[in-house]
Design a protein around this ligand. Sequence first.
Ligand code: HEC
Length: 121
Amino acid sequence: MVLRAFIIGALAGVLSSPALAPQAAAQPAPATAVANGQKLYVAQGCYECHGMVGQGSSFSGPRLASPVMPAAGFVKQLRQPRYEMPPYSDKVLSDAQVGDIIAYLQSIPRPAAADSITLLK
Ligand code: HEC
């Protein structure tokens, strides 16, 4: 709940202490937020352009995970996309729901480093 509150707070722009960010990011998101975020990510069609695990594609949409970009920029892109992405107003996805999508994307493990993969050595 602490992380969820942090994300919502950050989205609303009320969180002014950047010192809290690394601490909150180190904690795992509540499972309910992650599960709800995954459901929304699929239901809203994010996966169609960004891939099921946010891996992105050079043809349709950039990589979203992981790491995940800061929440403020993430929300701005949804509300006022820079180029070709369709907009998602807060009637379609509330700030809290976007927070859950971010929690889902943050829960996706980072890929292994290339130099740790035997075939690539
Ligand atoms: C029709 C394809 C499409 C869909 C659907 C889509 N996106 Fe995007 N997204 C893009 C493209 C293309 C960009 C690159 C910037 C632009 O075109 O505005 C982008 C950029 C982004 C970025 C910025 C990434 C960065 O590193 O700058 C975020 C965050 C993002 N999308 C999140 C989402 C989420 C969350 C959803 C679902 C609610 C979603 N997108 C649905 C195509 C899509």
